[in-house]
Design a protein around this ligand. Sequence first.
Ligand code: UD1
Length: 361
Amino acid sequence: MKIFNIVGARPNFMKIAPLLAEMKQHPELNPVLVHTGQHYDEKMSKLFFLNLDLPKPDIDLSVGSASSSIQTAEIMLRFEPLCQEQKPDLVLVVGDVNSTIACALVAARLGIRVAHVEAGLRSYDRSMPEEINRVLTDAISDILFTTEEGAKENLMKEGVDPSKIHFVGNVMIDTLLRFREKAETSLILDQVHLSKKNYAVVTLHRPSNVDDPVRLKSILLTLAKISQQIPILFPVHPRTRKQLALFGLKEIAKNLILTEPLGYLDMLHAISHAKMVLTDSGGVQEETTVLGVPCLTLRSSTERPVTITQGTNILVGTAEEAIMKESLLILEGKGKAGGIPPKWDGRAAKRIVDILLPVPS
Ligand code: UD1
């Protein structure tokens, strides 16, 4: 059974790593790693392969950056002939990035089975490119693996046959648990002169926050205020770096500790020991929940509600007053405590591969 495992953007690498490792335990599976090249920088891609012991991709489509639609189309153009030539039995996609929908769509059109890992998450905000990618990918997938219990309901509301849905847990958390100990050897805190539990981590890259100059300026002014109370480590995503320069906002950020994007181990270390995390990422909301670190999500919706109902996450939006109020509570030691959601136990990849294994004849 030949399986194309698709990665494209940074959050995909930690999701595919445990799946690929698990598939390799089974001689009846022939896993192939396909990188679309949506992310290509040393810091956004190569470093993750090194950190996560991921093998070099078997196939690299090298699409690079473009607008969302052109990038999706370019991936499809390059992926279709590959599928026609190599005839995989299954295309496995993860998450909600452009590479996810592009490869799922090509496979579905060619009659190749599609498995979607992290299916059924919904922010119900169609202005997010990821929400459109999620809805479309789920609609054309044959097997849907979910990370939290509410996802099944979302899928059934959209008419997905419940027999296709499997609640398996969270592969990204498999990776976190596997690398947690190794991440303890990271020297990142020394390098940026911070001490444990005495700093906050910020990540920002959503178009709704960083492509809007007024919104971005307001968030930075709020962060500058918080930084008077606690140092802020801010690894800057390439999209955000571009916008900071374009909008002339670097000066406001001068008291924050800006770095290049961090590799997986450094980031895991930095988040693990932070007093709090402020983010607009999806994955970071889940990671902080498992690490028990208070997280403020600078968005008006989340597709990962379990991080709020069971974890340490609070949705604060982007208004200064709400961010300041919740930040000060955390700094006073009154942060939200949380538990670990069901099946976020390091065994999601095994559950998925057990379901994918061909039935012995
Ligand atoms: C993408 C995903 C988003 C995910 C994020 C993590 C989609 C729709 N969005 O957003 O869900 O949370 O990745 O990073 O797929 N760039 C570089 N080097 C790179 C990659 C990107 O400089 O290696 C710059 C380019 O200027 C590019 C911009 O970042 O135009 C945005 O990259 P892109 O892949 O389009 O989207 P992200 O914002 O990274």
